[in-house]
Write a protein that binds this ligand. Structure first.
Ligand code: ADP
Length: 473
């Protein structure tokens, strides 16, 4: 712009010079013509008059040109100021000139440039706003780090995952990220100039938080580059995978025990032990017990996977008389009750009618009853009661058995968990899946289960369900 102003100034000087020259030339031509047709008698007065006339003419023209140039200069100054403001994202009003003005086209071009830049700035602002909005609500943590390892940008999800607020002013990234696995990922990206990916545990158990961390290396001009770090929370998927792995290894382990026993005793019998009738009888009983254990285990595993599969499907709701369901299950376990000479007291009101899935509710009752019998002592007691409030109904199964320690109470609903026999004097066998199945079923019925127990005194299991359409008839 300054160059342009200097050029204009030079032109102004040039114009004045030209005007003077033009006046002198015109005067000389006029004098020459006059001289041809009527010779002029030169006198000092005439020359003086001529010089004066020339001077007056030059002054008048000079004033006119000066006024015009001043006006033009003002317009040029306005344009210069406007262009300067435009470069700092300000947009003053358009410069309006009459069409005859020599700067008209230039002013039009400046106005058009301004309109274009205004439009572009608005577009860029809008795009930035949209980007920030997306970043704000993006469930993935995003952080942009520049070649000086400074954080240029980050979103709320990133602050949440890193459990701390991230300063919006550029700062070194290690202020926010101290975890070695993540800093290594970033440094590897810088060193190798390539994208990286890793599964990173942000918080260890019990509050496990696992993320899939990935970086994108963006090469700018010369030594400038940017790294985009993205953290995607995969805790849920990770936990499910972990549970599936645990389940498979636990199930394999549990299946291996009875199979090994069956294989071992069969081999011993075939090796000659079958010839001793007493050993044969003893070993066959062991084989039968272990086979039964195997069947129970497979049935429980199948039950669990069936419940899981059905969890997403609708419940088969029916009107159920709870006491009748209990009586049906009591009939099934009658033999075990007699074997242990237990007393079973079903105090559930015959009038308690609820809306539930009878198949699922039956299995809950069956598993709780089985445990209350299995872990009871000889001549012990099993009592079934119920309560009903405005919104819920509960079934309470109490036994006078071996009880469960406080530590074990925390874990008995885990798959394959069984209290250690040394701690619980638990002698009966089991799969460790019964209560895991109960928990799944109760969850499917929108209820919950609680346990209270005292070692050597007994256990109370309470299952509570929403009453919803259930009613006490
Ligand atoms: P299982 O009975 O096949 O071992 P469960 O999942 O039904 O598996 O129970 C898990 C563990 O909880 C049992 O091994 C036992 O230690 C404990 N338990 C469950 N119910 C009772 C009870 N009524 N009394 C004492 N211990 C119990």
């Amino acid at each position: 712009m300054n160059l342009w102003v200097t050029a204009m100034h030079n032109r102004w000087q040039q114009t004045v010079r030209l005007l003077v020259l033009e006046n002198v030339l015109i005067t000389l031509i006029v004098l020459f013509v006059l001289q041809r047709f009527s010779p002029i008698t030169w006198s000092a007065g005439l020359i003086g008059c001529l010089v004066l006339a020339l001077l007056v003419l030059a002054v008048v023209e000079g004033v006119v040109v000066w006024v015009q140039q001043t006006e033009r200069q003002k317009t040029i100054d306005r344009m210069e100021a406007k262009l300067r403001q435009m470069s700092s994202q300000q947009f003053p009003p358009h410069i309006l000139l009459p069409q005859a003005d020599p700067l008209y086209s230039l002013a039009q071009a400046v106005n058009q440039l301004e309109s274009y830049q205004k439009h572009q700035t608005r577009r860029a602002e809008l795009q930035e706003k949209e980007l920030m909005m997306i970043m704000r609500y993006l469930p993935v943590g995003v952080m942009v780090i520049d070649h000086r390892r400074q954080v240029q940008l980050s979103n709320p999800a990133m602050s949440e995952l890193l459990q701390g607020s991230i300063n919006t002013v550029a700062h070194i990234y290690t202020k926010d990220i101290q975890l070695y696995a993540l800093t290594k990922l970033i440094e590897d990206t810088i060193a190798t100039q390539s994208n990286q990916r890793a599964t990173v545990t942000l918080t260890p158990a019990p509050n496990t938080q696992v993320v899939e961390a990935s970086t994108v290396y963006i090469q700018g001009n010369r030594a400038h580059y940017q790294i985009v770090l993205m953290l995607y929370d995969i805790t849920e998927v990770y936990m499910i995978e972990q549970m599936q792995d645990d389940f498979v290894s636990n199930a394999s382990h549990e299946l291996k025990t009875p199979i090994t026993a069956i294989a071992g005793f069969t081999e011993t019998l075939l090796g000659g032990a079958k010839d001793d009738p007493e050993t044969l009888d003893q070993f066959l009983h062991i084989i039968a017990d272990e086979s039964q254990r195997l069947i129970d285990l497979i049935q429980d595993v199948l039950s669990l996977s069936r419940i899981r599969a059905q969890n997403t499907t609708k419940l088969a709701l029916k009107t159920v008389v709870v006491r009748d369901l209990i009586d049906q299950e009591l009939a099934v376990v009658q033999q075990a009750v007699e074997r242990q000479q237990l007393t079973v007291d079903n105090q559930v009101e015959a009038s308690l009618t609820v809306t539930s899935d009878p198949q699922k509710l039956s299995q809950v009752i069956k598993n709780l009853l089985t445990n209350a019998i299995k872990y009871n002592r000889a001549n012990g007691k099993v009592t079934l009661t119920s309560t009903i409030s405005e919104q819920h109904w509960s079934l309470i199964v109490t036994d006078t058995g071996i009880g469960i320690s406080a530590d074990d109470q925390q874990r008995i609903f885990e798959r394959f968990y069984r209290a250690s026999p040394s701690r619980s004097q638990q002698l009966v066998s089991g799969t460790g899946l019964g209560l895991a199945i109960v928990k799944e079923l109760v969850g499917a019925l929108h209820g919950n289960i609680t346990v209270t127990s005292q070692r050597g005194v007994g256990t109370t299991m309470t299952v509570t369900f929403p009453l919803a359409e259930s009613k006490l008839a």
